[in-house]
Design a protein. Structure first.
Length: 331
C-alpha cells in the first residue's frame, strides 16, 4: 500500500514539471544543433540520432527488464536530453559503436545505477564523455574541420582545435603555431574544429537567453563560471601575455559556454541554493582555467564540472535555504 507523503508548506504549484523543463532545454539546444548540422553535415546528424536512440533504448530496457519499473521514464525527455548533450561532446566523425558505448555508460552506469533521474551524482552526458575520452583518446581527439560538405562523415579532414593550438604553444614555447588560430569571430560563429555542439558560441548564447527568459535556469551558475574564467584567466594573462591565453579568446574557445549553460546547470547535479550555485560556479571556472593551463588535456570544462558534481552534497549541506515560517533571531 502506497503511503501519502505531504511536503512542508507552502503548497503552491508553479506549473513546472520534469518533462516541461527537459523539453524546454531541448528547445534551447536547437540553434546549436542546427549549427552543428550546418558545419559538420551528415556526421553530426548520424552521431546525434544514434546517441539519442541509444540513450532512450538503454533507459527503457533497464527500467523494464532490470529495475522492473512499471512507470517507465523514457517519455520525460531526460534520456533524449542526455543523448543530445552526449553527441554535443564528441567529434562528428566518431565511430557509431563508440557512441553507443558512451550512451550505455551514461545511462546504464551513471544514471540508472543510482536510481534514475534525480538520484545520479554526476552529469550523465559529461561522465559518458569522460569515459570515452579515457577509453578512446585517439578517436575522441580527432576533430573534423567544418564546412567540408554535407555528406562528409568518416572521411572528413581533421585539424587541431584552438585550445590544442594554445596548449602546444604553451608547452613548446613556439608561438608560430598560433598563426593557424581562427579569429575570434570564427570561434564565435562556429567556423572551427571541436566537439560538434560546442563550436558555435553564438547559438549557445541564444539558448542561454531563451532559458533565462523562460526561467528554466537562473543566471547564478553560468555567470559565475564565465566571470571567474575571465577574471582568473585575465590575471594570468596580465602576468605573462606570452605564456597564458588571452581571456577573450578563452571565453569563446572549447566547451566553456556549452558546459556553463547546459551542463553545469543540470538540476540534479547542481546546488539548490543561490549562494551554493555561485560557489559552485566559481569553483568550476577556477578549475577550468587550472586544467586548461597546467593539465594534460587542452580542455578542462568537463572535468571541472564532474569534480564539482561530487561536492554538491557538501555545498547543499552548508548553504541551506531558509525554511518558510522560520523566525530569524535578532542579535
Amino acid at each position: 500500500m502506497n503511503k501519502l507523503v505531504v511536503s512542508l508548506s507552502p503548497h503552491v504549484h508553479s506549473g513546472d514539471s520534469v518533462s516541461k523543463n527537459m523539453y524546454g532545454v531541448l528547445i534551447a539546444l536547437i540553434p546549436a544543433l542546427l549549427c552543428s548540422f550546418y558545419y559538420f553535415g551528415l556526421g553530426a546528424i548520424v552521431v546525434t540520432a544514434v546517441s539519442v536512440a541509444s540513450c532512450v533504448f538503454f533507459e527503457w530496457a533497464i527500467n523494464k527488464y532490470l529495475l522492473k519499473n512499471p512507470q517507465n521514464t523514457v517519455c520525460d525527455g531526460s534520456a533524449i536530453l542526455t543523448g543530445v548533450l552526449l553527441a554535443f561532446n564528441v567529434p562528428s566523425n566518431l565511430p557509431l559503436w563508440i557512441v553507443i558505448l558512451g550512451a550505455l555508460f551514461a545511462i546504464g552506469v551513471v544514471k540508472m545505477t543510482f536510481g534514475g533521474l534525480g538520484c545520479n551524482l554526476f552529469n550523465p552526458a559529461l561522465a559518458g564523455r569522460a569515459f570515452l575520452l579515457i577509453s578512446f583518446p585517439v578517436q575522441m581527439t580527432t576533430w573534423p574541420l567544418p564546412g567540408q560538405g554535407f555528406m562528409t562523415y568518416m572521411d572528413a579532414t581533421t585539424g587541431a582545435t584552438p585550445l590544442a593550438l594554445f596548449k602546444q604553444a604553451i608547452k613548446s614555447g613556439d608561438t608560430s603555431v598560433l598563426n593557424d588560430m581562427p579569429s575570434a569571430i570564427d570561434m564565435l560563429l562556429g567556423n572551427t574544429g571541436g566537439c560538434m555542439g560546442e563550436v558555435c558560441e553564438l547559438a549557445i548564447l541564444i539558448g542561454l537567453v531563451y532559458m533565462l527568459a523562460r526561467k528554466i535556469i537562473t543566471w547564478h551558475i553560468p555567470v559565475s563560471i564565465l566571470l571567474t574564467v575571465f577574471c582568473f584567466g585575465g590575471l594570468l594573462y596580465l602576468i605573462n601575455p606570452t605564456t597564458f591565453i588571452n581571456p577573450m579568446l578563452e571565453m569563446v574557445s572549447g566547451g566553456l559556454l556549452l558546459g556553463a549553460v547546459f551542463m553545469a546547470t543540470d538540476y540534479v547535479t547542481s546546488p539548490m541554493s543561490k549562494k551554493g550555485q555561485i560557489v559552485y560556479g566559481v569553483a568550476i571556472g577556477f578549475l577550468t582555467v587550472v586544467i586548461r593551463t597546467w593539465g594534460a588535456y587542452p580542455e578542462g570544462m568537463s572535468f571541472a564540472i564532474l569534480i564539482m558534481n561530487a561536492f554538491v552534497p557538501l555545498i547543499n549541506n552548508y548553504f541551506k535555504p531558509k525554511r518558510f515560517g522560520e523566525v530569524t533571531k535578532k542579535k
